[in-house]
Design a protein around this ligand. Structure first.
Ligand code: CP
Ligand code: NVA
Length: 307
């Protein structure tokens, strides 16, 4: 059976932890001059993008290059998908040419169709519902900085979006406590919440949902936020800014966390909205380590699925 990465809930805790160990090893070896260009020699990954990207696009392209493979950037507007060819026919066609697909799009169901109808691994590079590659890199970063997951509390503040949904599941799977504080009407997806609770029941992690940003930040080891206006929601910006201002990660809110708490953000950041310059540029911000780890974590995913 072909293995995919559509949502972290589909992977066992063991699979996630193994992938993180592999990512750590690949990062360490790469920094010590060990090349990995034999691991995906001759393999091709297609990268379908219906939304903008800096980190995901560049880290996947560089990852394939460093693993000895090749990547094809396929802007959804420039392939027939953008003119109405179905996801199913796209999946069947691409399966005849390439060895894997990474897709960034709107509907999670489109990513699922691609996986069901094709015969090659599919990687979710962000949908409206989930962002699993981001959260694997985030977990790698937490492990690197704090040395463990158990006994830590991550506070997510802001929009209950794709990143938040994947964080709930990812933290629960590795046994790290998570509290998500979102305004009324902007909470995480109920399916993601129940998937996280299911995983938490196995690992003993605590999954807490609240509307109170101070309760969430209190005693946190990691404070995480993301944009209040995800791609595709631009017309809601004004309304959202009103609702989200109390969740801004500024010095005051960050001071409720533990004194050694770290600040995380998947980027791109909208400074002055979800986070202030003082926090994101401060000494406890690890946002560029997260961005770097996209490369290492995704290499581990690519080797697992396509190696
Ligand atoms: N964090 C993230 O996925 O960034 P990009 O949108 O730049 O890919
Ligand atoms: N929640 C954001 C993440 C961007 C990487 C969005 O979907 O736009």
């Amino acid at each position: 059976m072909v293995k995919h990465l559509l949502c972290l809930a589909d992977w066992t805790s063991e699979e996630i932890l193994e992938t993180l160990s592999m990512a750590e090893k690949l990062k360490y070896e790469n920094k010590n001059g060990i090349r990995h260009n034999h691991l995906l020699k001759g393999k091709t990954l297609g990268l379908i993008f219906s939304k903008a990207s800096t980190r995901t696009r560049v880290s996947f392209e560089v990852a394939m290059y460093q693993l000895g493979g090749y990547s094809l950037f396929l802007s959804a507007n420039d392939i027939q998908l953008g003119r109405g060819e179905t996801m199913a026919d796209t999946a069947k066609t691409l399966s005849r040419y390439i060895d894997g697909i990474m897709i960034r799009t709107y509907r999670q169901s489109d990513v699922e169709t691609l996986a069901e109808c094709g015969t090659i691994p599919v990687i979710n590079g962000l949908t409206d519902s989930y962002h699993p590659c981001q959260v694997l890199a985030d977990l790698q970063t937490v492990k690197e900085k704090k040395g463990k997951f158990k006994g830590l509390k991550l506070a997510y503040l802001g929009d209950g979006n794709n990143v938040a949904n994947s964080l709930l599941i990812g933290c629960a799977k590795v046994g790290m406590d998570i509290t998500a504080a979102t305004p009324e009407g902007y909470s995480c997806d109920p399916v993601a919440i129940s998937r996280a609770q299911e995983a938490a029941a196995e690992t003993g992690a605590k999954v807490v949902l609240t509307t109170d940003p101070i309760e969430a930040a209190k005693d946190a080891d990691v404070v995480y936020t993301d944009t209040w206006v995800s791609m595709g929601m631009e017309e809601e910006k004004e309304k959202r800014v009103q609702a989200f201002m109390p969740y801004q990660v500024n010095d005051e809110l960050f001071s409720k966390a533990r004194p050694d708490a770290l600040f995380m953000h998947c980027l791109p950041a909208y400074r002055g909205y979800e986070v202030t310059d003082s926090v994101i540029d401060g000494s406890r911000s690890i946002v560029f380590d997260q961005a770097e780890n996209r490369l290492h974590a995704q290499k581990a995913v690519l080797v697992k699925l396509m190696g």
